[in-house]
Design a protein around this ligand. Structure first.
Ligand code: ADP
Ligand code: MG
Length: 226
């Protein structure tokens, strides 16, 4: 019991340090991003415009990693609202459009109205972005991702994100959500960990079915709010 308490204390210290670092790093990054945007004037050469766009993209990528770290640091249930899940899905489809096009991936979607869940919208978006990005990244030669959102007969909202990518073995699926598990060269292994944490905090479930070389389907169930 004492050991357990000590371990919990250590985890809390790690979370506190992570939170302070993440905030302190984010502020100067946001200032730099603002100045980069100011530099981007119409008479600049294409080369310079490209460098500015790339720098902003890299800062945004770092910002997403910081978002994941902050969720890990503060796994609280704050800012819970009645959220239109379909609307949030449409938002993240817009956010990830440029990224999917750059990797030759086309996203098809079927999103129905009236899917209300009790959630923190920012965290829900972050979780969906993490899963959608993994789906896009699973197809090195491009392909399709299918995104659907429906109400099931038994009081759930069912979101599915399905790819036709490299897939995972059963062992790999079992390791999903464990901290820092990543098979990517520049992966962090944070995305799935916080996504599982987020869905758990909404009293939902994530189910994964995957087949090597065939593809993967993530199914998220959230209790529907009338
Ligand atoms: P990262 O994307 O930084 O590697 P994640 O936590 O998002 O970290 O994902 C962990 C690992 O799970 C990935 O490195 C990948 O091996 C595997 N994975 C997740 N989603 C998929 C998917 N749709 N298809 C194949 N592998 C996946
Ligand atoms: Mg990822």
């Amino acid at each position: 019991m004492r050991v357990e308490v000590q371990e919990l204390g250590k985890l809390q210290i790690i979370r506190d340090i992570t939170s302070v670092f993440a905030h302190e790093i984010r502020n100067p990054m946001q200032v730099s991003r603002g100045f980069l945007q100011l530099l981007d004037e119409p008479d600049l050469s294409d080369k310079k415009k490209k460098y500015i766009a790339l720098s902003i993209e890299e800062l945004d990528r770092a910002d997403e990693i910081i978002n994941d770290l902050l969720i890990f640091a503060k796994p609280t249930n704050d800012n819970m609202h009645k959220v239109d899940v379909g609307l949030e899905l449409n938002r993240i489809l817009n956010i990830t459009k440029a990224y999917s096009i750059s990797l030759d991936v086309e996203i098809k979607h079927y999103i129905t109205n009236d899917c209300w869940a009790y959630a923190n919208p920012q965290k829900l978006r972050q979780c969906l972005i993490n899963i959608l990005k993994n789906a896009i990244e699973s197809m090195p030669d491009g392909g399709y991702v299918w995104v659907t959102c429906i109400r099931t007969g038994d009081g759930n909202i069912e979101i599915t994100i399905q790819d036709e990518g490299i897939g995972m073995s059963k062992e790999q699926v079992d390791r999903l959500g464990t901290p820092f598990y990543s098979l990517k060269e520049s992966g962090t292994g944070l995305g799935m960990m916080v996504s599982y944490q987020i869905i758990r905090s909404f009293k939902g479930q994530i189910k994964v079915t995957s087949e090597k070389e065939e593809g993967t389907a993530f199914c998220i169930l959230l209790p529907v709010v009338p």
